[in-house]
Design a protein around this ligand. Structure first.
Ligand SMILES: NC(=O)c1ccc[n+]([C@@H]2O[C@H](COP(=O)([O-])OP(=O)(O)OC[C@H]3O[C@@H](n4cnc5c(N)ncnc54)[C@H](O)[C@@H]3O)[C@@H](O)[C@H]2O)c1
Length: 348
């Protein structure tokens, strides 16, 4: 069996295209972007696909089973809901939306239409992340009480002057862009405990300076730190930046601490190579438990989505998880703006 798939937005969407093209159960038959030059360029690598500059036209004409949405964050809700209502399963890029209210509408549309909605938390789908989760799931940590998660960049504002730095289009800075991945990884590994309260501080000092030097518009944080209190007495410490005092280009770490040891997942150099390991008390010493990970042992997020559509399975990176993250992120931004702790039950 094969399914007919389309992609809307050909920035990050080109990664979705590549994964779909490599999947024998997929026919990539439709591409959409406002930028005709991008469409012409990718039409060359994907001759079977029809191209569109209007997503509504594509949804009406292309007879699709499923679609990937890789648009600026502010468009995720509108286009996802339109796709679900037009009868497609949706793989939507992260963050799910720019706030929880929009994310809730997306979840409701998925429930009402009976169509699947997966959020592209692709960092779950690496062998190191899979080991990390399983090490925690199998109870190796004892009682979990603390976690920390971070994604710091020394200097890495994406496309300075573009939509990422404009709150009305992105919903925020590194918190909603990078932090959403690392927050997801920490919560996913712990089985998504509910957040009770958050206390956060956000800064826009370096970002404002860099933007001024390039005469770019920029009104989001460049760095943010938050303390998130979770149910069961677990505390999660989060740090994110697009510009800050780290000596690495990309500095990612998620660690979970328990009474019997810890689990850690992090990038090894300055880019996107990862490792995961456990720490446990053995014979009176703290021992590092390092898995022997074979490459290509787990499917990509896109392959997982395709499998869920074909075999009618619930996607692992669910819309419920996406909404929970947006509730926490809303509370984090409110806390940072008002300089106080925000309880999640204050939020809708
Ligand atoms: N999962 C990841 O690792 C990852 C990595 C990068 C980006 N992303 C996410 O992907 C999304 C897109 O980010 P990006 O870096 O590709 O941005 P981008 O600006 O490079 O690409 C967005 C594309 O959407 C097109 N577009 C804008 N409005 C449109 C409309 N109304 N109809 C059709 N096309 C339209 C633009 O022309 C552009 O080509 C964001 O939500 C971002 O957070 C995820």
């Amino acid at each position: 069996m094969t399914i007919r798939v389309g992609v809307v937005g050909l920035g990050m969407g080109r990664y979705h295209m590549e994964r779909y093209q490599a999947n024998e159960q997929v026919e990539l038959v439709a591409l959409c972007d406002l930028d005709q030059k991008l469409l012409d360029r990718f039409k060359g690598t994907c001759p079977k696909a029809s191209t569109y500059t209007d997503y509504q036209e594509m949804f009406a004409a292309a007879n699709l089973d499923a679609v990937s949405i890789a648009l600026p964050n502010v468009l995720h809700a509108e286009v996802t809901i339109a796709a679900l209502r037009a009868g497609m399963h949706v793989l939507c890029e992260k963050p799910m939306a720019v706030n929880a209210q929009q994310a809730k509408q997306m979840l409701l549309a998925s429930q009402e239409t009976g169509k699947k909605l997966m959020i592209h938390f692709n960092y779950r789908f690496s062998p190191s992340a899979q080991f990390f989760k399983r090490y925690v799931d199998e109870g190796n940590l004892g009682q979990i009480y603390y976690a920390k998660t971070q994604w710091l960049r020394a200097r890495g504002i994406p496309k300075l002057g573009g939509w990422f730095g404009i709150k009305a289009m992105s919903g925020g800075g590194p918190m909603i862009d990078l932090g959403v991945h690392r927050l997801d990884l920490a919560l996913w590994a712990m089985g998504y405990p509910k957040a009770v309260a958050v206390s956060a501080s956000g800064f826009n000092l370096l970002g404002a300076r860099l933007a001024k030097a390039s005469q770019a518009r920029y009104d989001v944080e460049d760095m943010l730190t938050a303390l998130v209190r979770l149910e069961n007495g677990i505390t999660l410490n989060l740090e994110v930046s697009w510009a800050g005092g780290t000596d690495k280009r990309e500095d990612m770490l998620t660690a979970i601490y328990g009474t019997d040891g810890a689990a850690i997942q992090r990038n090894t150099g300055e880019g996107y190579e990862f490792e995961a390991f456990g720490l446990r008390d053995v014979a009176g010493s703290l021992v590092k438990v390092t898995p022997h990970i074979y490459p290509h042992q787990c499917p990509s997020a896109v392959d997982h989505f395709v499998n869920c559509v074909i075999n009618d399975l619930a996607p692992e990176a669910s819309a419920e998880n996406g909404l929970e993250l947006m509730r926490i992120i809303d509370a984090i931004y409110l806390s940072a703006a008002e300089g106080r702790e925000v309880r999640l039950d204050e939020q809708q």
